[in-house]
Design a protein around this ligand. Sequence first.
Ligand code: UT7
Length: 325
Amino acid sequence: MSGVKIAGVGKGLPKKRVNNFELESYIDTSDRWIQERTGIKNRYISTGETTLDIAYEASKDAINKAKIKLEEIDLIIVATVTPDCFTPSVACLLQGKLGLGDKKVMAFDINAACTGFIYAMKIAKELIDGKQSKCALVLGAEILSKVVNWKDRNTCVLFGDGAGAAILKESEEESILYSMAYSKPDEKEFLHINSIGVNNLFCKNENDTHLTMNGKEVFKFATSSIKYSIKDILEKSGLNIDDIKYFVPHQANYRIIKNVAVDLKIDESRFFINIDEYANTSSASIPMALSEMYERNLISNGDYIVLVGFGGGLTWGASLIRWVS
Ligand code: UT7
């Protein structure tokens, strides 16, 4: 077998759904501002669920849809910027929670912020191609509500919690045709979640531990990196824009996606958008989008789909997939 197939996708969410009107009672904001500037109407916010909890829900969903035996999984990669602790990784905790504790599994987390799922998929694909794995569980999972500053209206209204998962399996057919993942240092601190718990014998961390963002600069980086990624992946694969059924960008702001659609002359309807329901869930947004597209029967055998991520690091990247059902 020489290919890698996406055998199943799934998602997991905290129970509580919070709309913009509810946020008006906590901070000086309005449903109108949030919708007009971002396209967001709702988000899911943890009332106690951990990153592991929602990663577990997403995993069960993907495993059921992939119709694989749990024991087939030999690799778990979780992309996250909000793990439950420094160690163990969410991936190791998930291995245990899934009941795979006594199986031969390689499990680890990665941090590539909102591009995390693209990075994780690329690593899993290369490990499967290199015969190091036969069946990988790959996730993006975030509880961002624990790191946003709920007193900063510039950022807190933008983010939500969620997890998305995919099963990548060795196969006769190839689903992951091309992947690219890049980074450059965020020297001007456009997007940061500051360190937590750094209080050693000699230095005390008095930094704000919350997420901070220069929205305007990240907006510019986002639009240019999506455009670059789409052009790059099409050029390298030899496909045209018209060959692609759906573009699935990281869901950070509806206006970012709209700008890209206009600039690249791609009809907006070919961009999958669900930011209205989930807000920005960082590494989880792309696998959650794939899961929802699957549930809504939007993707069929043979469809070409471009996944595009961008975010903190700074990182960006894309995957060209051909859906194999
Ligand atoms: O996943 C990581 C990637 N993240 C992104 O891609 C985010 C990229 N950036 C953005 O999406 C946009 O820059 C934002 C949505 C963050 C901000 O949109 P903007 O159009 O750049 O707004 P702004 O920062 O220029 O703010 C405009 C006004 C300000 O008021 P004044 O100074 O003009 O009076 C803000 O104080 O809107 C005000 N404002 C708000 N008003 C009500 C900012 N946040 C809020 C709010 N509610 N929540």
